[in-house]
Design a protein around this ligand. Structure first.
Ligand code: SF4
Length: 269
């Protein structure tokens, strides 16, 4: 894969970029792993920590009653540590929120606040750690790759497949193609995600294949939401975030983006 450096061109997303100011996204992965290790030392039960992180992002009027004083203190410490370490990756969130047109202010994904991006980043890392082995043991494994990884290619020849669209591998330097080769090496069927009604799709798949695992490659808010949906449906999820969010939903038109193939392989081994 000699052309990988070219595919990983450092770019800024509408709200986040895992490149920060550097040339690749590896420092981000090192940092999120370091943070997860540190928080798991303080709270060794991964599922409990995950539930706490989710509660931290879903503040409600019952927040004070549903959490203990110790939990609230842990959450405060976690949020501050995340802010200090991860703000460098989410510098564009506030300007995006300031300029969001009124018609889009009810969109849950587009209105994600900076603090929530940091919680989602940790959530994705924790979900990968918690569900990785269960995912690998699943008899049927599929991957949903964000359509924006090929969106800007006018000649894309993908076509409808059994679960979602399938890549026909028309060009060598497409990350959907390269990711698909890697996924198949590990027995995972790759698809390009175009279906909006994922809940219906996941329920149907779980009924047809009781032992099934899902892998997602998507922007941070969509990946975290997709992982939650999988867990609710009884499907063990894992996933890799896009290096930056640059699809037409975030920007006026789709722009080139990427994801970290080396981290995908590390997740699968
Ligand atoms: S390699 Fe696959 S996803 Fe990429 S442009 Fe060709 S058909 Fe589309």
């Amino acid at each position: 894969m000699s052309n990988l450096k070219m595919l990983y061109k450092p770019v800024q997303g509408k709200t986040y970029s895992l490149f920060a100011e550097g040339g690749d996204s590896e420092p981000y992965y090192a940092e999120i792993k370091r943070l997860a290790d540190a928080f798991l030392e303080r709270c060794p039960d991964g599922k409990r920590l995950l539930s706490l992180i989710r509660k931290a992002g879903e503040r409600s009027v019952l927040w004070g009653l549903q959490t203990t004083r110790a939990e609230r203190q842990t959450i405060r410490l976690i949020k501050e540590a995340l802010r200090q370490s991860l703000s460098v990756y989410t510098r564009n969130v506030s300007s995006h929120l300031r300029t969001l047109p009124p018609a889009k202010r009810r969109d849950r994904t587009l209105t994600t606040k900076e603090e929530k991006y940091h919680l989602y980043m940790l959530e994705i890392e924790l979900v990968n750690r918690i569900y990785k082995e269960e995912f690998k043991r699943a008899e049927c494994k599929f991957a949903l790759i964000a359509h924006c990884l090929r969106d800007f290619r006018p000649g894309c020849r993908s076509e409808a497949g059994e679960i979602e669209a399938v890549c026909l591998r028309c060009t060598e330097d497409c990350l959907v193609h390269l990711g698909g080769i890697l996924l198949e090496k590990y027995g995972i069927q790759p698809y390009i995600s175009v279906e909006m009604e994922q809940e219906k799709l996941f329920r149907k798949l779980k009924q047809e294949h009781p032992s099934i695992g899902a892998l997602g490659i998507a922007c941070i808010p969509e990946l975290a939401m997709g992982m939650r949906l999988c867990i609710r449906t009884g499907i063990p999820p894992v996933g890799i975030p896009l290096n930056a969010n640059r699809c037409a939903r975030w920007m006026a038109q789709a722009h080139e983006t990427s994801f970290n193939l080396e981290q995908l392989e590390e997740l699968l081994t």
